[in-house]
Design a protein. Structure first.
Length: 78
């Protein structure tokens, strides 16, 4: 089963459109990292972690923890 499990790591932005004060809409873009767990070529789960211009130690630790969990899942230990 482990050979059928993959973890894909992508840097990508997410966009959110929100109304602004004047009644028009504004689109905000947030850069981040997406971790996708794939079983036999089919995406099973996805986690997106924001990646700011000035990442904090908390941001770094969250990314490390998410990568660790995904890689343990990949080898069947989680």
């Amino acid at each position: 089963m482990n050979d059928q499990r993959q973890v894909l790591v992508r840097a990508e932005s997410r966009r959110v459109t929100v109304p602004d004060v004047g009644g028009s809409r504004e689109t905000l873009s947030y850069p981040g990292v997406t971790l996708t767990r794939v079983i036999a070529g089919i995406p099973d789960d996805e986690t997106w972690l924001p990646m700011g211009d000035r990442p904090s130690e908390v941001d770094d630790e969250a990314l490390i923890a998410a990568l660790r969990e995904a890689f343990l899942w990949r080898i069947g230990l989680h």
